[in-house]
Structures are given as C-alpha cells and as structure tokens.
Design a protein around this ligand. Structure first.
Ligand SMILES: [Zn+2]
Length: 174
C-alpha cells in the first residue's frame, strides 16, 4: 500500500479473474483491502446466480442424476465393499430372467396369460384364484349390466378355459 512502511506478509488476490495473482499487504492493510473486496462486483444478477450454482459443484461439470445410466459405472473402478451395487445387479438379472421366462410362455397361452395378468410359469391354483378375482370384478351384475363388462368377462372366461385345459392335461409343462 502506497506510503506504508510495514512488511507485506499477507496476500490477497488482485481480482476475481486472477485469483492466483496476489497483492501483499501488512495486516492492517490486508484487512482494509479485504473489507472492500467484493467478488461479485460488476456482475449482473444472472451472472451472480450462474457463479453461485457453479460454485456448489466446485466449478466441476454436473449432470442430472441417473442420466448417464448404470452402464456408466465401471465395476473395476467402483469399490463396493458392502456389495450394494452387486446386489442391485443380481436383482436386475433376476428380473430380466423372469421377463424372459414369461416371454417363453407357450405362444398359444401368451394372450390368455396376459388377459389374466399372470406370469409364466404358473399353476392351476394361481389361474383359478386370479380368475375368481377378475370374474367377480368384471361381472356385469357388479357393473350395472354394462355391455363392456360382459365382453371383458367373455374374454376372461375364454382365457381361463384355455389355461385350465392346458394345465389339467399337461400339468408338468408349467
Ligand atoms: Zn500496510
């Protein structure tokens, strides 16, 4: 500071654009300098807002959570001592397997399974239980004699008959 005889032992950045370039002051003058320091001086409100948002992630780029997908995780790099990610992967694999299994339902049964909302493989008991639920829910008497309900019930009856016949005659296929 002009006119000051004290040793300059305290540094302060020259400006926000050159944060690694310093002035050196004595304690009294660095305090005076810092008290008038305004990082946001001269910025528009939008620029201040953008700077603050940028600061919350240490000026590093960010992405919305999940936008990179699970595939972005490199299993060799991510340490998973509690096996949280591993368990999630096993769960996903099981689900994929289950999806494949229902896809592998005999082609002539797929529509019926879908109508009753049943996975494959299934059992005669499961088919009966599901049928009873749906028949009750879609019975025309429970739907004010609705024509649509009557049609739905016909479809459900047909699906039930198809599945029951196959499961009774070939119980081992399920
Ligand atoms: Zn000074």
């Amino acid at each position: 500071m002009a006119g000051c005889e004290c040793a300059g032992e305290y540094r302060a950045p020259k400006s926000r654009r050159t944060l690694n370039d310093y002035w050196w002051f004595c304690l009294e003058h660095v305090r005076a300098y810092n008290s008038t320091w305004d990082f946001y001086k001269g910025m528009s409100p939008a620029e201040v807002e953008a700077q603050m948002r940028h600061d919350t992630s240490w000026q590093r780029p960010t992405w919305p959570l999940g936008s990179l997908g699970a595939a972005a995780l490199d299993e060799d790099v991510v340490r998973d001592p509690l096996r949280i990610l591993a368990e999630a992967r096993i769960g996903q694999a099981r689900k994929r397997h289950a999806d494949r299994a229902s896809y592998q339902a005999p082609p002539d049964l797929r529509e019926s399974l879908e109508t009753l909302g049943l996975p494959w493989p299934t059992t005669l008991d499961a088919v009966k239980t599901r049928y009873k639920e749906l028949a009750k829910r879609h019975h025309p008497d429970a739907n004010g004699g609705s024509r649509d309900a009557e049609e739905r019930l016909k479809t459900i009856n047909l699906a039930y008959a198809t599945l029951r016949t196959r499961l009774v005659t070939e119980p081992r296929m399920a």
